[in-house]
Design a protein around this ligand. Structure first.
Ligand code: SF4
Ligand code: SF4
Ligand code: SF4
Length: 488
C-alpha cells in the first residue's frame, strides 16, 4: 500500500489554507465562479466587439486586449503561479457551467453524455493537445489573426475554442477537454511547472490510506470529484491541478491544502518523468524557434519558394511549418539519443513494463530529464515573443475602450505611444532569455545530478553535455532576438 505514495513525495511547501481567511474563501462554493465571471464577461465582449466593432485592429477592443495584453498576462501567470489561468478560464468555465447546469452549487446530475475519454487516446497524454496547439497556431498565422488582422478573425478563433470546449464538455465527463485536448494545456502545464503554486495536495497521506470514500476523486456532499482526474494524494507536480478547489471542498477529513512551493520545484521534483511531456516540450521548443526564424527575412524566400513549388497560396507553408518544427524537436531528441548512446552505463536496468510511452529505454532515460530541464528557457522564449506587441501597442487598449463608447480613439496620444523603443525591447528580450537560461542551467544541474549521473558512465561528461545543451538553446534564442530587431 505504501508503494502507491513512495515514488512521489516532494517536500511540502507552505499550506496557505491553514490561514482561516484563505480557508473560508476557498471553501466557499462561489469562489471559482467569481474568478471565472470577469474573464467570461471580457471574452464575450471580445467576441461581440470583434465581430460588430471597428475593423481597425488597434482600435478594436477585442483584438487589442487579446493580442497586446492577454497573452502577455497569461505568460506572467504561468511563470509565477502555474495553472492560475485555468482556475479562471472562460473556455473551460463556460463548458463546466453548462455540463453541471449550475454556476456554483454542487449538483448531482450533469448534462451531456458523460462518456469516458478512450483509454488509448488518454495514454498518449500531451501529444493530442500539442498537436491542437500546433494546428491553432498555424491557423492563427495563416489568417494573420494575432497580427492582429481583421478583429472578426480573433472573435471566430475564440468562438471556435469555446465551441469545441463546450462540445467536449457535453460528450465527455468532467474536464476531458482541459486534460486531453485544449490547445493551451501543454504550454500552461509545462511552463506552469516553473510556478510557485504546487496545487492542492493532501496534508497527511496516512489518512488517505485509510479513507474509504475518496471523495476528492469520486465527489462528496460539498464538492465534485476532481474534474482533472488528479488524485491530490499522488500529485508530484502542478501539471494537472487546475486549482479548482473541488477536492478541498469534497474531502470529509479536511485533509487537503493549497501548497506554495519555491519557483521551479515542479520542474525538478517529479520522480516519474513522462515521455509524452518530454515530446510536448521538444515540440513547443520547435514551434517557438520556428516563429523566431520566420521573423527573419531569410525565411520569407524559403516559404515563398515552397509555396510556389506546391501551389500553396501564402505563408505559412505547411511543409516548412511542420518540417522545421519537427526538425527542431527531433534535434533536441537526437541530442538526447546521442548522449544516451555515448554516456549511458552498459548495465542499465531497462525492464520497466508498460506502453511504448512508458517502457524503459536508454533514449527515454536520458530524453525525459533533459527535456524537463529545458522548460525555463523555453518558457522564457515564449514570454519574450509576446513582449514587442506589449511594449509597442498595449496602451492602445485605452483608446480601444474609448472607441467602444463612441470616441474616435486615434486622436488619443495613447494610440501611438510606445512604452519602449525597438533596441530597448531587444535588451529586455535578451535579458528574459538570459534569466530563463540561468534558471534552466539550475534545473538541469539538479536533474542531471539526481537522475543522469547515476545512470552515466562519466559523471563529469554528462554534466558538461546537459549544461552545454542548455547554453546552446539559450544562445540560439538570444541571437535570434537580436537578429529579429523586435519584430512582433
Ligand atoms: S486547459 Fe484550456 S480550457 Fe481548460 S482551463 Fe486551462 S486554458 Fe482553459
Ligand atoms: S477524500 Fe481526503 S482523505 Fe480521502 S483520499 Fe481524498 S484527500 Fe485523502
Ligand atoms: S480537484 Fe483538486 S487536484 Fe483536482 S484540479 Fe481541482 S484543485 Fe486540483
Amino acid at each position: 500500500m505504501q508503494d502507491r505514495f513512495a515514488p512521489s513525495d516532494p517536500a511540502r511547501g507552505l499550506d496557505v489554507t491553514r490561514n482561516p481567511l484563505v480557508a473560508r474563501l476557498v471553501r466557499n462554493r462561489h469562489f471559482q465562479f467569481f474568478l471565472i465571471l470577469p474573464n467570461q464577461i471580457v471574452f464575450w465582449a471580445v467576441i461581440f466587439i470583434g465581430i460588430l466593432g471597428t475593423t481597425v485592429p488597434g482600435l478594436n477592443f477585442g483584438a487589442a486586449i487579446t493580442w497586446y495584453i492577454w497573452f502577455c498576462l497569461v505568460f506572467v501567470m504561468m511563470v509565477v503561479v502555474g495553472r492560475a489561468w485555468c482556475s479562471m478560464c472562460p473556455f473551460g468555465g463556460f463548458g463546466e457551467w453548462v455540463q453541471r447546469h449550475s454556476f456554483w452549487n454542487r449538483s448531482e446530475r450533469s448534462v451531456g453524455l458523460g462518456l469516458k475519454f478512450p483509454e488509448p487516446l488518454a495514454r498518449i497524454g500531451f501529444l493530442i493537445p500539442v498537436v491542437s496547439f500546433l494546428l491553432l497556431t498555424w491557423l492563427e498565422e495563416f489568417f494573420n489573426i494575432a497580427g492582429p488582422g481583421n478583429p472578426a478573425a480573433t472573435s471566430f478563433m475564440v468562438l471556435g475554442i469555446v465551441g469545441s470546449a463546450l462540445a467536449f464538455f457535453l460528450v465527455f465527463e468532467r474536464r476531458t477537454f482541459c486534460r486531453y485536448i485544449c490547445p493551451l494545456t501543454t504550454l500552461i502545464g509545462t511552463v506552469g511547472s516553473m510556478g510557485t503554486v504546487a496545487g492542492f495536495r493532501t496534508r497527511d497521506r496516512d489518512i488517505c490510506l485509510t479513507c474509504e470514500t475518496k471523495d476528492c476523486m469520486r465527489g462528496g456532499e460539498h464538492g465534485y470529484g476532481c474534474p482533472w482526474y488528479t488524485w491530490p494524494g499522488s500529485a508530484d507536480s502542478n501539471l494537472y491541478c487546475g486549482l479548482c478547489s473541488e477536492c478541498y471542498k469534497a474531502c470529509p477529513h479536511d485533509n487537503v491544502g493549497l501548497y506554495l512551493q519555491k519557483p521551479l520545484t515542479s520542474v525538478v521534483a517529479p520522480n516519474r518523468r513522462r515521455i509524452d511531456v518530454a515530446w510536448g516540450i521538444a515540440l513547443l521548443w520547435g514551434l517557438v524557434l520556428y516563429q523566431q526564424v520566420n521573423a527573419l527575412s531569410l525565411f520569407g524566400s524559403l516559404d515563398t519558394r515552397l509555396n510556389n513549388a506546391i501551389a500553396f497560396p501564402h505563408y505559412p507553408d505547411p511543409v516548412d511549418y511542420l518540417g522545421i518544427i519537427a526538425l527542431l524537436a527531433l534535434a533536441t531528441a537526437g541530442a538526447a539519443w546521442i548522449v544516451a548512446k555515448l554516456l549511458a552505463r552498459r548495465d542499465l536496468d531497462l525492464t520497466t513494463p508498460g506502453t511504448f510511452l512508458e517502457r524503459g529505454s536508454r533514449f527515454r532515460t536520458f530524453f525525459a530529464p533533459i527535456a524537463y530541464g529545458l522548460v525555463p528557457v523555453i518558457g522564457a522564449d515564449y514570454f519574450a515573443r509576446q513582449l514587442p506587441k506589449f511594449f509597442k501597442h498595449s496602451t492602445r487598449l485605452v483608446p480601444a475602450v474609448q472607441h467602444v463608447f463612441g470616441a474616435s480613439g486615434t486622436q488619443s496620444k495613447l494610440y501611438t505611444l510606445r512604452l519602449l523603443t525597438n533596441p530597448r525591447i531587444v535588451v529586455v528580450q535578451v535579458s528574459v532569455i538570459a534569466l530563463g537560461t540561468l534558471a534552466a542551467l539550475w534545473t538541469t544541474w539538479r536533474i542531471t545530478n539526481r537522475e543522469l549521473v547515476p545512470v552515466s558512465r562519466n559523471g563529469v561528461a554528462i554534466r558538461v553535455v546537459t549544461l552545454g545543451l542548455v547554453l546552446v538553446c539559450g544562445l540560439a534564442a538570444g541571437v535570434l532576438y537580436v537578429l529579429m530587431h523586435a519584430a512582433s
